[in-house]
Ligand binder design. Structure first.
Ligand SMILES: Nc1ncnc2c1ncn2[C@@H]1O[C@H](COP(=O)(O)OP(=O)(O)OP(=O)(O)O)[C@@H](O)[C@H]1O
Ligand SMILES: [Mg+2]
Length: 425
C-alpha cells in the first residue's frame, strides 16, 4: 500500500544512487516521460534521461551525499529543473512547469546510500507571483510617467505664468514708453528755447545794469540794491548749468525709454543674428536705472560679437540673471557680464559680489517657485525660465557661489548655428 501511495503522490519522487543511476521514479515523473524511457529507466544514468540540467542536479546530489543533509532549490533561483509542462491555473494554457525541489539523503535496507529528489509543481503560485510582479512594475512605470507628466505640467505652468508676466509687463512698458516719448520731445525742445531766452535775458539785464550803474547816484544805488536783493549774480551763474543738467537728464530718460522699447517690446522675429555685446549693454542700462547701488561692467571678446539665437528667450534669460545679481547687492559691489567666444561656443558669465547662495539653496535655484525673497518680492520663476530658455538654445547654465562673497552664473550656448548663418549671408 505504501509503495502505491508513493507512486500516486502529487509530487515527483526520484531516487538515485551515488553513481547517479536512477533507482526509482513515481508516476509524477513517469507520466511526463517518453514511453521509451518509461519502460527501462531503472539503472540508467540521470544524465541520459534528464540531460537538461544535469550539471546542476549532479552538484546538488553530490552535496547531499557528502554532507548527508537535505538541499533545497527554489523556483525563483532555478525555475525549471526538469523539462515538464504544466497548465496555468486560470487560463489553462500549457507552460513550462515551475518547480521547487528538495533532495534528501536516504539509506536503503542493504545500507546503500541513496538520494531522493522530491519535485513540487508550483506553477500556480509562480504564475500568480509573476503576474503580481508584472502588475506592480506596470503600476510603478505608470507612477513614474505620472510624476514626469506632473513635472512637465509644472514647468509648462511656470513658463506660462512667466510668459504672461513678461507679456503684460511688455504691454505696460510699451504704453508707458510711448507716452513718455511725447512729453520728452516737447520738454527738451522747450528747454532748448529756454536756454536761448535765458541767455538773452542775462544779456539784457547785464546791459541795463551797466547803464544804470554808470548813471546818477540814485539810479546806480537802485540798480545795485535790486540786483543784490534778487541775487542776480547767483542766478546768472546757475541758470546755464541748470538748463544743461536738465537737458542731460532728459537725454538719459530718452535713452532708457529707447532701450526699454528695444528690449521689452521687440517683436519675436524668430531665431536671428543678435549683437550680444550691444544686448548686454542695453540690459545693463535698463537694470542700472532701477538698481543704482552696484557698479556695472560689460566685457565682450571679440567686441560686438554676434550670436545666432532667439532674441526674446536669450534676453529674458540674461535679464532674469542680471536682475538677481543686482538684487543680491545691498550696499556696495559690482555686477559684471563677461562674454567670450570660443571656436564652437560662446560663454557668458554673470558675476556679482553680492550676498551669495548657500550650498543647499544652490541645488534648488533653478526649481520653479524656489525663492528666498520675502513674499510679494519674488515668485521664484526667474531662473527656471532662464534655464528653459538656455535649454532651448541647446546650451547649459550653471551656478557657483561663495556665500557672503558673490555668485557666478555661467551660460554656454553653441556658436555653431551662428557660423552657419553668417556663412550663408
Ligand atoms: N546672483 C544671486 N545672488 C544671490 N542669490 C541668488 C542669485 N541668483 C539667484 N539667487 C537666489 O535664487 C533664488 C531664485 O531666483 P529666481 O530668479 O528664480 O527667483 P526670485 O528672484 O526669487 O523671483 P523672481 O525672479 O521670480 O522675481 C532667489 O530667491 C535667490 O535666493
Ligand atoms: Mg529673480
Amino acid at each position: 500500500m505504501f509503495s502505491q501511495l508513493v507512486e500516486k503522490l502529487p509530487v515527483g519522487i526520484c531516487v538515485v544512487n551515488q553513481d547517479y543511476e536512477i533507482q526509482f521514479l513515481n508516476d509524477f515523473f513517469l507520466d511526463r516521460m517518453s514511453s521509451h524511457w518509461r519502460a527501462k529507466y531503472k539503472g540508467n544514468q540521470l544524465a541520459d534521461i534528464f540531460p537538461e540540467q544535469v550539471k546542476f542536479l549532479k552538484r546538488r546530489i553530490k552535496s547531499v551525499f557528502v554532507l548527508q543533509h537535505p538541499s533545497f532549490s527554489y523556483w525563483e533561483q532555478r525555475p525549471h529543473v526538469f523539462p515538464f509542462k504544466s497548465s496555468r491555473p486560470i487560463t489553462g494554457e500549457e507552460m513550462q512547469m515551475f518547480q521547487n525541489m528538495e533532495i534528501v539523503p536516504l539509506t536503503a535496507s542493504d545500507g546503500e546510500r541513496l538520494a531522493c529528489l522530491i519535485l513540487q509543481d508550483v506553477t500556480a503560485q509562480a504564475s500568480y507571483f509573476i503576474a503580481q510582479q508584472d502588475f506592480s512594475s506596470a503600476l510603478k512605470r505608470e507612477h513614474e510617467e505620472q510624476l514626469a507628466l506632473i513635472k512637465k505640467l509644472d514647468t509648462a505652468q511656470s513658463q506660462l505664468i512667466q510668459a504672461e508676466k513678461m507679456a503684460s509687463t511688455g504691454q505696460l512698458a510699451a504704453g508707458i514708453a510711448h507716452e513718455i516719448n511725447n512729453p520728452i520731445g516737447f520738454v527738451s525742445a522747450n528747454l532748448d528755447t529756454l536756454k536761448q531766452y535765458s541767455f538773452h535775458l542775462i544779456q539784457l539785464c547785464d546791459a541795463l545794469a551797466d547803464k544804470l550803474q554808470t548813471g546818477s547816484g540814485e539810479l546806480a544805488d537802485f540798480a545795485n540794491e535790486t540786483l543784490n536783493s534778487f541775487h542776480y549774480e547767483l542766478l546768472k551763474e546757475d541758470m546755464a548749468p541748470l538748463v544743461d543738467e536738465s537737458t542731460e537728464g532728459l537725454s538719459r530718460v530718452r535713452d532708457i525709454v529707447e532701450n526699454l522699447k528695444q528690449f521689452a517690446l521687440e517683436k519675436s522675429g524668430g531665431w536671428q543674428l543678435v549683437n550680444i555685446h550691444e544686448t548686454a549693454e542695453q540690459l545693463i542700462q535698463l537694470i542700472s536705472a532701477q538698481y543704482k547701488t552696484p557698479v556695472y561692467k560689460v566685457q565682450c571678446e571679440p567686441e560686438n560679437l554676434q550670436i545666432f539665437c532667439d532674441p526674446g528667450g536669450m534676453k529674458q534669460a540674461l535679464t532674469n540673471i542680471v536682475m538677481n545679481a543686482a538684487q543680491s547687492i545691498d550696499t556696495k559691489g559690482f555686477v559684471k557680464i563677461d562674454i567670450k567666444a570660443g571656436a564652437q561656443w560662446v560663454k557668458i558669465k554673470i558675476i556679482d559680489s553680492g550676498s551669495g547662495i548657500s550650498q543647499d539653496n544652490l541645488k534648488k535655484v533653478f526649481d520653479p517657485f524656489f525663492t528666498t525673497k520675502p513674499e510679494g518680492m519674488g515668485q521664484g520663476l526667474g531662473l527656471s525660465v532662464a534655464y528653459t530658455a538656455i535649454e532651448r538654445h541647446k546650451g547649459k547654465i550653471s551656478a557657483s557661489s561663495n556665500p557672503g562673497r558673490g555668485t557666478v552664473f555661467e551660460i554656454i550656448v553653441p556658436l555653431h548655428a551662428a557660423e552657419q548663418q553668417s556663412a550663408a549671408c
